[in-house]
Design a protein around this ligand. Structure first.
Ligand code: MG
Length: 221
C-alpha cells in the first residue's frame, strides 16, 4: 500500500482567527479590506467617492479575485498589490497554537499547504506557527492563475506530492473549496470543524487527523 499524503488548507484549518471562527467575519478580513480600499485610492488613483463601488465591482467581476482585476484593469502587477494589502502581522489575528506544528512535524515530507491567500501572508502565518520550514517546499499560494479554489490547483499539488490522487487527503474547513472540489479531483477528504459534511472524515481540530482510523473506514472497493 502506498503512503498517505495530505494537502492542508491554511486559514480556519492550521489556525483560527481571533475574534471569529471564519475568515469573513474576522478582524483580519476587515483590515485587509481597508488596505485594499487604500490601495485603490492611493496607488491606483480611484477617486475617494468611488473606491467602495470599484472594490465591490472588482470582487464581483473577478469572482473574489480582486488581484486579477487590479492587474487587468489597472495594469498593476498582482505581486505589488498583494504586498501592499496582505502584509499584516499574524500575531494580531491568529490564535497561537501548537497543533499545526505537531501535525506537520509528524507528516513531514508528506504534507503540502494549498491556500488562496497570497504568499506574503501565508509565509508570515506559517512562520508565526513555527512550521514554515516544514512546508516551504510544498507551499501553494494565491498568486498563479491556477489557484484555489479550483480542481486544477488540487491536481497540481497532487502531482507535486507524487500522487496518486487516491492516496492524497484534502484537509480543510470549507465544504466547497476543501472537500467538494478536492473530491472532484479524485482526492480523499477530511473536514475540520463541527458542521455537517460530505467528507470521508470529520475532525474538530486538525490535530485529530493523526488519530483517524484510515484503514478501517472507507477503503472499500
Ligand atoms: Mg479555510
Amino acid at each position: 500500500m502506498s503512503e498517505r499524503k495530505f494537502i492542508f488548507d491554511l486559514d480556519g484549518t492550521l489556525y483560527r482567527y481571533k475574534g471569529g471562527p471564519t475568515f469573513a467575519i474576522s478582524a483580519f478580513y476587515a483590515d485587509i479590506r481597508r488596505n485594499i480600499l487604500a490601495f485603490l485610492k492611493d496607488e491606483l488613483g480611484v477617486p475617494a467617492d468611488r473606491v467602495q463601488e470599484t472594490y465591490d465591482r472588482l470582487k464581483r467581476d473577478y469572482r473574489g479575485h480582486v488581484s486579477l482585476g487590479v492587474e487587468k484593469e489597472f495594469n498593476v502587477d498582482r505581486g505589488r498589490y498583494f504586498a501592499a494589502t496582505w502584509n499584516v502581522p499574524p500575531a494580531t489575528y491568529i490564535e497561537p497554537n501548537d497543533d499545526a506544528r505537531m501535525v506537520l512535524s509528524a507528516l513531514r515530507g508528506r504534507a503540502a499547504v494549498l491556500t488562496e491567500a497570497p504568499r506574503v501572508w501565508a509565509e508570515a502565518a506559517l512562520r508565526f506557527l513555527n512550521v514554515y520550514e516544514l512546508v516551504r517546499d510544498a507551499l501553494f499560494t494565491g498568486e498563479p492563475d491556477v489557484r484555489k479554489p479550483s480542481i486544477g490547483a488540487f491536481r497540481e499539488v497532487v502531482d507535486a506530492l507524487g500522487g496518486p490522487p487516491g492516496d492524497v487527503y484534502s484537509v480543510g474547513d470549507q465544504e466547497e473549496s476543501d472537500i467538494i472540489l478536492a473530491r472532484a479531483a479524485g482526492l480523499r477528504t477530511i473536514r475540520v470543524g463541527e458542521e455537517k459534511t460530505s467528507a470521508d472524515f470529520r475532525v474538530s481540530n486538525v490535530r485529530e487527523i493523526l488519530l483517524l482510523p484510515f484503514d478501517a473506514s472507507h477503503d472499500v472497493p
